[in-house]
Design a protein around this ligand. Structure first.
Ligand SMILES: Nc1ncnc2c1ncn2[C@@H]1O[C@H](COP(=O)(O)OP(=O)(O)OP(=O)(O)O)[C@@H](O)[C@H]1O
Ligand SMILES: [Mg+2]
Length: 390
């Protein structure tokens, strides 16, 4: 036996749930060969015991087929994800943790970051859902290459669409292509609630939620409907974008959502031919903002053509090009996010009770009894209690 034969045998072992093998993923860390005895160490990102077992069995079988007599497979796996300890209202109780991906302004890479973080978390062994809560501009189905798929219906519930090891639901998957809808505030809230209540999400370790840009009804409804474990803000390095990001971070604070960090997207440019990184929009400008809110930068994601192509063609870069700098940075950000989620749950979890509409029993949140400040509001605005009236 030689190391080359071992590697070639291991490239027949696909990583459970994916189409790629453990060598391509870079999970094979050590190979030692002594005569016909082979020992390999596989460093996997999943904590699920069945993943370790399947890899051990397939690795052993492939190596024996290639001529090994004795095979030792050492699997290094992260510890099991912890249960959520969150309190308050949760209309999707089968989901343990919720990650809200937000930004003060549009087009900065929320959907790109949501998709890649969700896939990175799944590649690290978490059971992940991705909710495209951008009702006006749902882009996630295309980014996952499932824009032509319609979800199955079970009873009066809708099954999420599966892609790249995650579950996904989006208004784009429910509407006909190119159709646009005019949404009023109350309808947005209803839609967000239905996405959480009427979609048959599995028992998920986490649901990543791609929010519409800004700080409006959708964000408030979401935070009132489920205890959001962590908020992630996406920004680009230009100062104008940072101003908007401050609003997004401030919203997390007001909604009592722990801030997980900032993804600084379009941070530098990596030339595809040389791999050299250039500074275009400026980079590293986000750090002072992070400091102001007691948080940190989760990742500096460069402008890389592979990111845009991945989005347009439905092949997210984290999955399709795991060796790219961007993929590595999203993987690291996902680890960081998960470590924070575990810590938050160890310390008692989050609680959204304090942001519920303030309604005395038997009184509508929109009635004057519940909302004396209503008289100060001009007509056409909500009463300010978050009840959804307009
Ligand atoms: N790091 C990057 N490198 C290259 N292209 C990128 C990068 N990040 C995002 N893009 C591209 O920029 C466009 C906008 O990104 P995306 O749709 O993720 O932004 P968004 O914040 O979700 O926008 P919206 O506010 O409209 O929902 C997409 O075409 C995406 O592929
Ligand atoms: Mg988007």
């Amino acid at each position: 036996m030689t190391e080359e034969i071992v590697k070639s045998a291991l490239s027949n072992v696909t990583y459970p749930g994916f189409t790629k093998d453990i060598v391509t993923f870079g999970f094979v860390k050590e190979i030692s060969v002594s005569g016909s005895d082979v020992s390999v160490t596989v460093d996997i990102t999943s904590s699920a015991p069945e993943v370790a077992q399947q890899i051990t069995e397939e690795t052993t079988a492939e190596l024996k087929r290639a001529g090994a007599a004795n095979v030792t497979v050492n699997i290094a796996a992260p510890k099991m994800p912890r249960e959520s300890s969150s309190k308050g209202k949760n209309i999707a109780p089968q989901v343990k943790n919720f990650i809200m991906v937000s930004s003060g302004k549009g087009g900065v890479g929320k959907s790109t970051s949501s998709v890649n973080l969700a896939i990175a978390l799944a590649m690290q062994g978490k059971k992940v859902g991705l909710l495209d809560a951008d009702i006006y501009g749902p882009n996630v189905p295309r980014m996952l290459g499932v824009e032509d798929m319609k979800p199955e219906i079970e009873g009066n519930k809708v099954l999420p669409i599966k892609a790249y090891g995650i579950e996904m639901m989006s208004m784009g998957s429910l509407m006909e292509e190119g159709q646009s809808l005019i949404w009023r505030g109350a309808m947005i809230m209803k839609a967000i609630e239905q996405f959480l209540r009427d979609i048959l999400w599995s028992e998920l370790d986490c649901l990543v939620i791609d929010m519409p840009p800004g700080t409006g009804d959708a964000q408030l409804t979401l935070a009132q409907s489920v205890p959001v474990t962590l908020g992630v803000t996406v920004t680009t390095p230009q100062t104008v974008s940072l101003d908007d990001s401050r609003r997004s971070l401030d919203m997390f604070k007001k909604l009592h959502i722990p801030i997980g960090g900032i993804v600084e997207n379009m941070s530098g440019f990596i030339a595809p031919d040389t791999g050299v990184e250039y500074d275009i929009f400026g980079k590293g400008t986000t750090a002072p903002l992070a400091q102001e809110f007691g948080t940190h930068i989760l990742a500096e994601i460069p402008i890389e053509p592979a990111v845009r192509i991945g989005g347009d063609e439905g092949k997210p870069v984290t999955y399709a090009k795991p060796e790219s700098e961007t993929a590595k940075r999203y993987m690291k950000a996902a680890e960081d996010i998960w470590a924070q989620i575990e810590k938050i749950n160890e310390e008692g979890g989050v609680d959204n009770n304090a942001i519920q509409p303030n309604t005395p029993p038997g009184v509508s949140a929109c009635s004057t009894a519940a909302a004396p400040q209503q008289s100060e509001q001009s007509s056409g605005e909500s009463c300010g209690t978050g009840c959804g009236c307009h």
